[in-house]
Design a protein around this ligand. Structure first.
Ligand SMILES: [Zn+2]
Length: 110
């Protein structure tokens, strides 16, 4: 539930085999894992029935043996109905500690 002006907190629980991360206008893995959703890309809050600034954070309930991370380097352009490859630089840490991403956020699906 979103209590304006605090950021929206809604959890979606998904079983996955890899993380698929946005890279468009983002500079690093950290920015992709905690993506600011604002400007033209604001999040629609179902409680408030309006668009609000939000942060899309990826939290994991457990860590797999191997974590695949896929970068969404191709984006769809609605105006031209074509795809564009994102070729901007993207930074990764030398060492990635995903333990800080572990969270026991409850969800109805699990
Ligand atoms: Zn809200």
């Amino acid at each position: 539930m979103h209590l304006s002006p605090s950021p929206s907190l809604e959890a979606i629980c998904i079983e996955f085999y890899e993380l698929v991360l946005n890279v468009q206008v983002l500079k690093s893995l950290r920015e992709s894992l905690d993506e600011e959703i604002n400007g033209d890309n604001q999040y629609f809050c179902d409680s408030c029935k309006e668009r609000v600034d939000a942060t899309r954070s990826i939290k994991l309930r457990s860590l797999p043996e191997v974590l695949n991370i896929q970068l969404k380097r191709c984006v769809f352009l609605p105006k031209t109905t074509t795809r564009k490859k994102i070729t901007s630089a993207f930074c990764f840490p030398g060492e990635l500690d995903m333990k800080e991403r572990l969270s026991d956020v409850s969800c109805q699906l699990c």
